[in-house]
Design a protein around this ligand. Structure first.
Ligand SMILES: C[S@@+](CC[C@H](N)C(=O)[O-])C[C@H]1O[C@@H](n2cnc3c(N)ncnc32)[C@H](O)[C@@H]1O
Length: 277
């Protein structure tokens, strides 16, 4: 697949339709005024990864984030993690994402939450970051690496934009034993899925000049959250859950995510790497 075809396929996967219009519609159906949004309401759907807002907080604590850091969130989705980092950890966050509809929705949500000064969102690729060398204190990424075919190029871009001593903090789904079940949240079929093992990922990051600092397998926590989400999804009535962002096959994607982790086909990991001086 060439770059343009890949970008289009990724946009179709993550945004079949008008994402912002669907968010507004779901908010209204659940009895919320989109003009009077709070972060707690948005958190029900704006953190698009296995552990939800709690795992963003856990990763930020794992990384030891302190106020005032310049953070680049690669594959920022609709900006929930960026807003958590800004509001709760005092970060100044730029989010970048290849899915245009997500960048638009992220910008709309931050504006409505009064967070446009400390969070901003741009459309672009993780493989060609439009940022100067050494301009970022922390590169952040949650559940995006599974869509990256060329992980060496990704790692080289992360190392380039980080200042020496800066941190790469991420969580990702990695390959365990056996083929994952699809559709998954990150890819409806294997065509958009580029899973690697934990060891392969560590090796690629290290080769790019990023030194491993901390590593955690948090599969058990992600499994616990998935059980709760599945139980809540089965209840009657309007919902502001992950289905707000994922209109197609959401039940199958939820169940497959859980099966993949429970059967050891995938693992959920968090890592902190330091840019060598
Ligand atoms: C599962 S979502 C996670 C979104 C967000 N990190 C979060 O946790 O809420 C994966 C995101 O990665 C983005 N993505 C995938 N490949 C990308 C690339 N090459 N460059 C930038 N963004 C990418 C997708 O558009 C999508 O928004």
């Amino acid at each position: 697949m060439n770059t343009q075809a890949f970008d289009e396929a990724l946009n179709r996967h993550y945004a079949p339709g008008d994402v912002w219009a669907r968010i507004v519609e779901r908010l209204r159906a659940a009895g919320h005024d989109p003009a009077q949004l709070t972060r707690d309401v948005a958190a029900q759907f704006d953190e698009f990864h296995g552990g939800g807002r709690e795992s963003t907080r856990a990763l930020a604590r794992f990384a030891g984030l302190t106020p005032g850091l310049r953070v680049l969130d690669i594959g920022c989705g609709i900006g929930g993690p960026a807003r958590t980092l800004a509001a709760e950890f005092g970060a100044d966050v730029t989010g970048i994402d290849l899915t245009r509809e997500f960048v638009h929705a992220a910008t709309q949500l931050s504006a409505r939450l009064g967070m446009s000064a400390e969070t901003r969102f741009i459309h672009g690729s993780a493989l060609a970051l439009p940022l100067a060398a050494g301009s970022v204190d922390v590169v952040w990424s949650q559940n995006m690496l599974m869509n990256i075919p060329d992980k060496a190029q990704f790692a080289s871009e992360v190392a380039r934009v980080l200042r020496p001593g800066g941190l790469f903090a991420f969580e990702a789904v990695v390959l365990g034993v056996g083929e994952p079940h699809y559709p998954a949240f990150w890819a409806a079929t294997p065509a958009l899925s580029f899973l690697v093992t934990a060891d392969a990922l560590r090796g690629t990051l290290t080769a790019a000049g990023l030194e491993e600092n901390r590593w955690l397998d948090n599969t058990a926590q992600v499994v616990a959250v998935a059980h709760k989400r599945l139980a809540a999804a089965g209840k009657e009535g309007p919902k502001l859950d992950i289905g707000t962002l994922v209109p197609e096959q959401v039940g199958d994607k939820m169940r497959n995510g859980l099966r993949n982790n429970e059967e050891g086909r995938t693992l959920a990991v968090q890592g902190i790497f330091v840019r060598r001086a």
